[in-house]
Design a protein around this ligand. Structure first.
Ligand code: ASP
Length: 332
């Protein structure tokens, strides 16, 4: 497997790397359920989380992931960083890198923030924790682990994603992952919340939610990202949006008995999702949150040099991946 130095986006990962991270995340779930949630894998490593946009799940799970693997973890948010005093993003990045962290996890409203900084910070691994409407790779790895637990293999399955596709980094990263892993995406949104030329990703596009439901294996709901809307004309009212694009119990029934519900959070109950659906047995939303910690542990472990595959290997792909998993476990 190609070593992973940075995690910029799903676009840069091949299928083998995606499966490696998902399988490694799977092996970390158990640590998070132990009474004593600690393994020595990242002892002596330093991780800085630099968040310029709000976050509950991603930031907390990166912090927990690092701490549960025994790394030293520092959190910085935009409101407490020197960018508030006029420092540029590049100066902030170079300043933090000069303190010799192993990994810098960055969330920023600008697409390509990590790729930009990587050229100037040669000794630090960078992780994209969400860059504007561009990519959110750890959310997709988290979802793939959730789908692995639900289905085994996502190949041939149909995910119907509904909501504000235009501003969603989750949608874009899923569309890229679907091509690499062989699942299909149905995209449902009003025209005002769709990016132009979305069909180029090879997905089916619907404006009628009810028409997209039959045959869906998962319905994946997205929040309307009001912080990225330049005006409030995307739809007439919240009530009408909920009627046309909200997931309620009747719609979920129409999708079929085995269809599961997903959402990356934060949810807006009563807007894109009804409360009874969000809390139903078909909802995997809290599993997504749990798996988010395990996946971020896997990403940090891989970037901090825990990749057993970096050693020259012979043998089948299957043996190599089993050996890699075994090597990771012995680090725990
Ligand atoms: N948590 C996801 C993200 O950061 C989705 C959202 O904010 O609506 O992109």
């Amino acid at each position: 497997m190609r070593p992973i130095k940075h995690l910029f986006g799903i676009a840069d990962l091949d299928r083998e790397q995606i499966e490696y991270l998902v399988n490694l995340g799977d092996s970390f779930i158990e640590i998070n359920r132990r009474p004593l949630k600690k393994a020595p894998t990242l002892r002596g490593k330093t991780i800085i989380n630099l968040f310029f946009e709000n976050s509950t799940r991603t930031r907390t799970s990166f912090e927990l992931a690092g701490k549960r693997l025994s790394a030293d973890v520092i959190n910085i948010s935009a409101s407490t960083s020197a960018t508030k005093k006029g420092e540029t993003l590049l100066d902030t990045g170079q300043t933090l890198a000069a303190m010799q962290p192993h990994v810098l996890v960055i969330r920023h409203s600008l697409a390509g923030t990590c790729e930009f900084l990587a050229d100037y910070l040669p000794n630090t691994s960078l992780v994209n924790a969400g860059d504007g409407a561009h990519e959110h790779p750890t959310q997709i790895l988290t979802d793939l682990l959730t789908l692995k637990q639900a289905w085994g293999n996502p190949q041939g399955k149909v995910i119907t994603m509904v909501g504000d596709i235009a501003h969603s980094r989750v949608a874009r990263s899923h569309l890229l992952a679907a091509k690499k892993l062989g699942y299909s995406m149905r995209i449902v949104a009003p025209k005002t919340l769709l990016p132009s030329q979305i069909e180029r990703y090879g997905c089916e596009v619907y404006h009628d939610f009810d028409a997209a439901l039959p045959g869906s294996d998962a319905v994946y709901m997205l929040r309307v990202q009001t912080e990225r809307l330049t005006d409030n004309c995307a739809f007439p009212s919240i009530r009408e949006y909920h009627e046309a694009y909200g997931l309620n119990a009747k719609r979920l029934r129409a999708a079929g008995p085995d269809c599961i519900v997903m959402h990356p959070g934060p949810m807006n109950r009563g807007v894109e999702i009804a409360t009874d659906v969000a809390d139903s047995a078909k909802s995997h939303i809290l599993e997504q949150v749990e798996h988010g910690v395990a996946i971020r542990m896997a990403v940090l472990a891989a970037l901090c040099g825990g990749q057993a595959e970096e050693k020259k290997k012979t043998g089948s792909k299957r043996e190599q991946s089993d050996e890699a998993m075994q090597a990771q476990r012995t680090l725990l």
